[in-house]
Design a protein around this ligand. Structure first.
Ligand SMILES: Cc1cc2nc3c(=O)[nH]c(=O)nc-3n(C[C@H](O)[C@H](O)[C@H](O)COP(=O)(O)OP(=O)(O)OC[C@H]3O[C@@H](n4cnc5c(N)ncnc54)[C@H](O)[C@@H]3O)c2cc1C
Length: 455
């Protein structure tokens, strides 16, 4: 019998396992990949340093490929740009995964690699055991006091729980972006002015409902991570768009290519239920606007595993005694995510002309974008500056839309911050309010949210 069984050895599962093992708990880490492929995740590889600072994690130098002094956001014509200050790094994902894994194993985590979670046994309202199948082998049963689903955007455990558990909530198709990216060793280096920045290109033709990016991976600007994400509405294919619009611009030796899905929405209504918790992409702890999830996944894993350690020391985990994880996560990141989810839906509807106009006229500057990113809301200062500009430049419809978006961002954030239930009792009522607010908002801005995903 393990104390905790963690499903998935991405950053979320690895970090959760490590923190729990450091505190002396017996942890099983179940991962479908082979041990040497742990960490091999298709990603843009960029993280804001503030996430690592929040959890006190310092990475060895050899994991860091490159350092950024901020993010550049380019207009569709690429003639205009906003520079958002803020330190970040490009990581070597395989090395990051292997380093976290080594630390976890050194602390006694028991790895079941090449094992797929295939079934869940629920008894008396608790998960009694999970069934995992070894590739080319048989099925074994793993029993634990608590289970953490860290299996990514297609959650392996959550999707097999009783549908009436709030932790099984199914998302909508447009809650995701689908992405494709290549790491390329270029024939010619990129513009030297772009080397110290993670560069984001707003372009609804190349990346409808998302953006395309070019994240340099070395200081000479000869290796880049280039990719794009599109809204998951069944219409667009990111790989086709990469081939059509980007491959010709980034000629060179292909180092790595791959695709993936990214949740771009508010977090799960609850990260815990009964003796189950969820973190990372499985819990949608990702920034809805830029899709960055490495840092916030680490933060969620840290909150989950430190709180769980305390609970396990005192007795058995229950929905009630694990509830504080929700409150802590919302305070650290989730409330902001909820606000940004509202903004994300609006941004997905803007046209290239809108983006060009906004950036060309400097409607928002780098510090305003930074503030929106940090707080998740449109601060009074930003709104009044933007409103003055819009009035001067004569786009009253945009001003009206901005007011609507701001209003809903505030309402949603208040729902997550002030009205989130202090215990599990009120969760269903609260979820109904969230759903009502989002469906009202999507009607107001005429946003088609798609259908519930099929698991
Ligand atoms: C193309 C792309 C670009 C991105 N760019 C960035 C970026 O630049 N910066 C950033 O911060 N974030 C980025 N993200 C998001 C980021 O990669 C994720 O948010 C983060 O890696 C989530 O970590 P995780 O541990 O939750 O999930 P994952 O890394 O997906 O790990 C889940 C693990 O579970 C395993 N698993 C799944 N099913 C099972 C099963 N049935 N049994 C056993 N194991 C299973 C998987 O093999 C995997 O190892 C990007 C994502 C994509 C797809």
């Amino acid at each position: 019998m393990f104390d905790v069984a963690v499903i998935g050895a991405g950053v979320g599962g690895l970090y959760s396992s490590l923190v729990l093992a450091e505190r002396g708990f017996r942890v099983a880490l179940i991962e479908s990949k082979s041990r040497s492929r742990i960490g091999d995740k298709t990603c843009g590889d960029a993280i804001g340093l503030h996430h690592l600072e929040h959890i006190g994690l310092s990475l060895p130098d050899d994991i860091v490929d490159h350092r950024y002094r901020g993010v550049k956001i380019k207009s569709p014509s690429e003639k205009h740009e906003i520079i958002v200050p803020g330190e970040g790094i490009s990581v070597n994902r395989v090395k990051l995964g292997q380093w976290l894994l080594k630390n976890a194993l050194d602390h006694g985590v028991e790895l079941l690699d090449e094992h797929f979670l295939v079934g869940v046994e629920v008894r008396d309202g608790r998960v009694d055991s999970v069934r995992v199948k070894k590739i080319g082998g048989g099925v074994v049963e793993v029993r634990a006091r608590f289970y953490i689903d860290a299996s990514g955007a297609k959650p392996a455990l959550r999707s097999k729980l009783p549908p009436e558990w709030p932790i099984s909530e199914r998302p909508l198709t447009t809650d995701f972006n689908i992405a494709y990216r290549e790491v390329v060793d270029l024939e010619d280096s990129i513009d030297s002015e772009d080397i110290p920045y993670a560069v984001i290109y707003l372009n609804q033709v190349v990346a409808p409902g998302g953006y395309w990016w070019m994240f340099p991976k070395n200081s000479s600007g000869t290796v880049v991570n280039v990719g794009l994400g599109v809204i998951n509405n069944g219409v667009y294919n990111p790989r086709h768009n990469y081939e059509k619009y980007l491959r010709g611009r980034f000629k060179g030796r292909l180092v790595h290519a791959g695709g993936g899905i990214v949740p771009t929405r508010r977090p799960m209504p609850t990260l815990v239920w009964s003796n189950v918790g969820t973190v990372g992409d499985a819990a949608y702890t990702v920034n809805p606007v830029h899709g960055g999830g490495i840092g916030s996944t680490l933060e969620a894993a840290n909150i989950m595993s430190t709180h769980l350690s305390r609970v396990l020391e005192e007795g058995e985990p229950t929905t009630e005694n694990m509830w504080e994880v929700n409150l802590k996560y919302l305070e650290a990141y989730g409330v902001k995510q909820a606000g940004l989810d509202v903004l994300r839906m609006y941004l997905q509807k803007l046209s290239n002309e809108d983006f060009e106009w906004i950036i060309r006229n400097r409607l928002v500057d780098g510090s305003a974008v930074y503030e929106i990113g940090v707080k998740g809301s449109l601060a009074d200062r930003v709104v009044s500056a933007v409103s003055t500009m819009i009035k001067l430049l004569g786009r009253p419809s945009l001003l009206n839309e901005l007011r609507i978006v701001r209003n809903y961002m505030n309402k949603v954030m208040s729902l997550y911050r002030d009205e989130y239930p202090r215990g599990p009792a009120g969760i269903e009522e609260w979820m109904a309010k969230v759903e009502a607010l989002f469906s009202e908002y999507s009607r107001v801005i005429d946003f088609d949210r798609g259908e519930k995903v099929k698991w």
